[in-house]
Design a protein around this ligand. Structure first.
Ligand code: DQA
Length: 142
């Protein structure tokens, strides 16, 4: 089973950016934790601060991966082009967030991508990613 884990804008700053909200772990540590947790999966990790690069990666993923776990960062809240890419890609995408976006500033409470994702996991820090990968794995088994 091949999965792509995508991190959007500013997630390269994990561990330094608002640790009280996003935690102390760096992106490398987070990726390593996911790898250690799922040794049976073929995982690839991708981070970009650029909307177009994220869209290109989703297009390419169609041919290569069984599914995607995506933390789109702030693009979650306004990127219709990312939404369209997810809808067009025909492989399941699980939306994840470290923080509970439903309990934060008003603009974060809306996700324009949720509707085209398989499901959303939000608010559990690094565990959101682990739950996202687990949920996608179960989905792909059936
Ligand atoms: C985030 C929540 C977004 O609102 C924010 O812009 C991020 C991270 C999260 O993981 O909690 O960059 O997606």
């Amino acid at each position: 089973m091949k999965m792509l884990i995508i991190h959007g804008p500013n997630l390269n700053l994990l561990g330094h950016r608002k640790p009280e909200i996003y935690g102390n772990q760096t992106l490398d540590q987070l990726n390593q934790k996911i790898k250690n947790h799922f040794p049976e999966l073929e995982l690839e990790f991708f981070q970009s601060n650029h909307e177009g690069e994220l869209i290109d990666k989703i297009h390419q993923a169609m041919e290569v991966f069984d599914g995607i776990v995506l933390n789109a960062g702030a693009l979650t809240h306004y990127s219709y082009s990312l939404r369209d890419a997810i809808e067009a890609c025909h492989i399941p995408v699980v939306e994840v967030h470290l923080s509970n976006i439903a309990g934060r500033e008003g603009f974060r409470r809306e996700s324009v991508i949720s509707e085209v994702c398989l499901g959303t996991i939000s608010g559990f820090g690094v565990t959101s990613y682990l739950l996202g990968v687990q949920a996608l794995k179960e989905h792909l088994k059936h």
